[in-house]
Design a protein around this ligand. Structure first.
Ligand SMILES: N[C@@H](CCC[C@H](N)C(=O)O)C(=O)O
Length: 286
């Protein structure tokens, strides 16, 4: 059993992560340890954990090692594993670059995830990630208290349900302290649920919306990159556009989703590292 573990804390639009450097895949990471690290009172606090491990050293990424040196081993704060985390990739890329572990090339910095390889481009404070193409695939609903809202299921490597609010329902009034009720047959592995309302016109953007999200495995968070991608895909589709850019305001700031003329989907926003230190693993259990 490890006694002490090094960590860095970082966030992207306040979606916050405990980053664990583990280049050779030696950490005994368990759901209980992840949940203890993410505990906001007894641990460091975070919406999830990003383990930084060489792709060649982790069974989930060994096949991607020829094309990406590093694997983002992402865990939700409840100790469950997810395929992908958009803000996580942005923060992960910031960590690699600031620690001299990688240098972005002309095609960006490849990061292996359980949903495949993403490419991150660093431009000062902003980190953009080329994401997988979002797949809009079904109509469904989400129920919050007495309110049932129609939604559209979108696969972004991980599952999402995008629900547009209508009829004067205020986004700020939703109680997301518990998970929205969804169709368990459609979302057998759980789902991240985004609630969206239109925001005012914004110069340079085709659409501008405000979003709140209840994340599978983490509860309501201040931001979700794959959630913003799902929302951006639905917004462009509803506008009849095959390319364009959508500003998605979240509780923690602004993300921008772009589908370029080549059909590539991008997630952009700030990503920062705020602290580093050592955790006493035994004390986490007390
Ligand atoms: N916040 C993330 C998504 C993290 C994973 C999600 N909770 C899931 O279980 O699919 C993002 O920025 O995309």
């Amino acid at each position: 059993m490890m006694d002490r573990v090094f960590y860095t804390k970082g966030h992207g639009t306040s979606n916050d992560f405990v980053i664990l450097p583990d280049p050779d895949g030696e950490l005994e990471l368990t759901p209980a340890l992840v949940a203890a690290l993410c505990d906001r009172r007894r641990g460091i606090g975070g919406d999830g954990v990003l383990r930084v491990v060489r792709a060649a050293k982790h069974p989930s990424s060994v096949e991607l090692a020829a094309d990406a040196e590093w694997f983002m081993d992402y865990w939700n704060s409840d100790g469950s594993i997810a395929e992908m985390c958009g803000n996580g990739v942005r923060v992960f890329a910031r960590y690699l670059v600031e620690n001299g572990l990688a240098t972005p090339g002309p095609a960006g910095l490849p990061v292996a995830t359980r949903a495949g390889i993403m490419h991150a481009v660093v431009q000062g404070d902003i980190i953009s990630v080329r994401m997988t193409t979002p797949r809009v695939y079904a109509a469904s609903t989400a129920t919050v208290g007495a309110l049932t809202v129609p939604g559209i299921a979108v696969d972004c490597g991980n599952p999402h349900l995008v629900c547009g609010l209508h009829d004067g329902v205020a986004l700020g009034g939703l109680d997301l302290t518990t998970a929205p009720v969804v169709d368990k047959a459609l979302f057998g592995a759980g789902v991240n649920v985004e609630f969206v309302e239109p925001a005012g016109d914004l110069e340079g953007r085709d659409r501008h919306v405000t979003m709140r999200v209840h994340e599978r495995g983490s509860g309501e968070t201040m931001s979700c990159g794959t959630g913003a991608l799902a929302v951006g895909a639905v917004a462009l589709r509803e506008a009849g556009l095959t390319s364009g850019s959508v500003a998605v305001d979240v509780l923690g700031g602004r993300l921008v989703i772009t589908c370029d003329d080549e059909g590539a989907w991008w997630l952009a926003g700030p990503a920062v590292l705020v602290a580093s230190g050592e955790v006493d693993v035994a004390a986490l259990a007390l």
